[in-house]
Design a protein around this ligand. Structure first.
Ligand code: ADP
Ligand code: MG
Length: 225
C-alpha cells in the first residue's frame, strides 16, 4: 500500500495580537492510494489551515509534507506551483469556476497550464465529462448550471491533470443531501479506481459512511474516535 501523501510532525502557529497561537501541534497523518479520509472538527479548529498545508498552499511553521515521496518544504515558488498543478487536485466549498469559460474550456484551461498537449487534453476532458455525466453540458457557462453540476465540473477540473492527491474543503456544503452524496461517491470512486489519496474536510455526517476513515482535529492533532 503506497502512501501518496504524508504529513510529518506538522506544527503551525499564527501571530494573534502579539500572542502566538498554535493551531496545528505536531500533527501526523498519511493517506494511502485508494483511500478517502474525512476530517471533522469545530469551526476554528484548524481544518482549512491543515488542508492548505497538505496542498502546499501554506508553508507550516515546522514539519514536512511528502507527496509521492517528494518533499514540499524548501521548494522554490515555481517548483511548488508545478507540484500543485500536477500532483494536487483541489475542490472547494463553492466550485470557483471561471465565469467566462464554458464547461469544457474550464478543463482545457487547467490542462494547458499543466502543459498537456491539446489533443490529449481534449480527449481527457471528453472522458471526464462523460464519466461525471456532464457531456450534454460541455458548452454551457457556469451560470447556467445547477449547484450539483458546478461541483461535478470542479471535480472534473481537479482530476484533469491526474493528481496523486485530491483535497476537498467542504465540497457538499452548498448541495442538497442527495447531490452531496453523489459528489462524495464520485470522489471516493475516483480514489479507488485511480489509486489516488483523497482528504475531505466536512461537517456533513451523512457522507461519512462513504469514507474509509474519519479523523477529528482536536488540540491541533488528527485523532480517530
Ligand atoms: P477551520 O477551517 O477549522 O474553521 P482555520 O484553519 O480556518 O479553521 O483556522 C484555525 C485558527 O487559525 C482560527 O483561530 C483562525 O482564526 C486562525 N487563522 C487562520 N488563518 C489565519 C491567518 N492567516 N492569520 C491569523 N490567524 C489565522
Ligand atoms: Mg475552514
Amino acid at each position: 500500500m503506497r502512501h501518496r501523501i504524508v504529513l510529518q510532525n506538522i506544527t503551525h502557529s499564527f501571530e494573534d495580537g502579539g500572542m502566538r497561537r498554535v493551531v496545528l501541534d505536531n500533527l501526523n497523518v498519511s493517506v494511502a492510494e485508494g483511500e478517502l479520509v474525512a476530517v471533522m472538527g469545530p469551526s476554528g479548529s484548524g481544518k482549512s489551515t491543515f488542508l492548505s498545508i497538505a496542498g502546499a498552499l501554506l508553508e507550516p511553521t515546522s514539519g514536512d509534507v511528502l507527496v509521492d515521496g517528494q518533499s514540499v518544504i524548501g521548494k522554490a515558488h515555481q517548483e511548488l506551483s508545478d507540484m500543485r498543478l500536477h500532483k494536487l487536485g483541489f475542490i472547494f466549498q463553492s466550485a470557483n469556476l471561471i465565469p467566462y469559460l464554458k464547461v469544457e474550456e474550464q478543463l482545457l484551461f487547467v490542462a494547458k497550464q499543466g502543459g498537456m498537449d491539446k489533443k490529449q487534453a481534449t480527449g481527457r476532458a471528453r472522458e471526464l465529462l462523460q464519466k461525471l455525466g456532464l457531456t450534454h453540458r460541455r458548452s454551457a457557462y457556469p451560470e447556467k448550471l445547477s449547484g450539483g453540476e458546478r461541483q461535478r465540473v470542479a471535480i472534473a477540473r481537479a482530476l484533469m491533470n491526474d493528481p496523486a492527491v485530491l483535497l476537498a474543503d467542504e465540497p457538499t456544503a452548498s448541495l442538497d443531501a442527495s447531490r452531496g452524496m453523489d459528489v462524495v461517491r464520485m470522489i471516493a470512486g475516483e480514489a479507488k479506481e485511480q489509486g489516488k489519496a483523497a482528504i475531505m474536510v466536512t461537517h456533513d455526517e451523512r457522507v461519512l459512511p462513504l469514507c474509509d476513515r474519519v479523523l477529528y482535529l482536536e488540540e491541533g492533532r488528527l485523532v480517530e474516535h
